[in-house]
Design a binder for this molecule. Structure first.
Ligand code: FES
Length: 99
């Protein structure tokens, strides 16, 4: 069993944090709600690079994904980001098993 990825306090409300080594971006769309996605852009597989203004952005060709559900908000990406299972327990966020 590995340790937690991060803590809930580290994820801004209405924003998110990219964990490049783990290839996951964790967001908190509304207070107390945490979701995570694979950082691999669904356009040409660059890693997404920033979370700002309610969107996760890929700088390769400008795709943007909504922090709430990973759906496409703009750019050439053909599909949403892939969700990653997480668990939130005692203020800690752990990665679940990826398919
Ligand atoms: S690889 Fe992300 S926009 Fe093209």
């Amino acid at each position: 069993m590995t340790g937690p990825l991060t803590t809930v306090d580290a994820i801004p409300v209405g924003g998110g944090v990219i964990f490049a080594a783990e290839r996951v971006v964790v967001t908190q769309p509304t207070a107390g709600e945490f979701v995570a996605f694979d950082t691999t852009c669904t356009h040409r597989a660059c890693a997404v690079r920033s979370v700002a203004g309610g969107a996760i952005s890929c700088f390769c060709h400008g795709s943007r994904f909504r922090i709430a559900d990973g759906s496409v908000a703009g750019g050439p990406a053909p599909a949403p980001l892939t969700p990653v299972p997480i668990t939130v327990t005692d203020g800690e966020i752990r990665l679940g098993e990826r398919p």
